[in-house]
Design a protein around this ligand. Structure first.
Ligand code: FES
Length: 101
């Protein structure tokens, strides 16, 4: 399965952008040479995340996650929890979600 998320040129050089993903929201950002995509869902109670200073920070109770590793840094999300990254591949100038290939 392959599903286009966005054009690579639309992804900002810093910070993140919100993209639509089958009716849900995801964050998409550049991390060094890589492009990462993760569900806009906190691992505590599912709150939405804001991009702040290299972290994704939950609007509801302040849990924060490292944007490079996805690891929980602090706040009430469970220790050891990690952002829900999507499996992606860049092809023909687009970032695609890929599954089962
Ligand atoms: S829902 Fe994100 S910290 Fe509570």
């Amino acid at each position: 399965m392959k599903h286009e998320i966005c054009k690579v040129d639309d992804i900002p050089p810093t910070g993140s952008m919100i993209a639509s993903f089958f009716g849900r929201e995801i964050h998409v950002w550049r991390s060094g040479e890589r492009i990462r995509a993760a569900a806009n869902v906190c691992l505590h109670f599912g709150g939405p995340l804001d991009c702040k200073d290299g972290r994704l920070v939950c609007q509801w109770h302040g849990a924060s996650f490292d944007m490079a590793s996805g690891d929980r840094l602090d706040g009430p999300a469970p220790k050891g929890s990690r952002l829900m990254f999507l499996s992606t591949r860049v092809e023909d100038g687009a970032l695609n979600y890929v599954w089962g290939e």
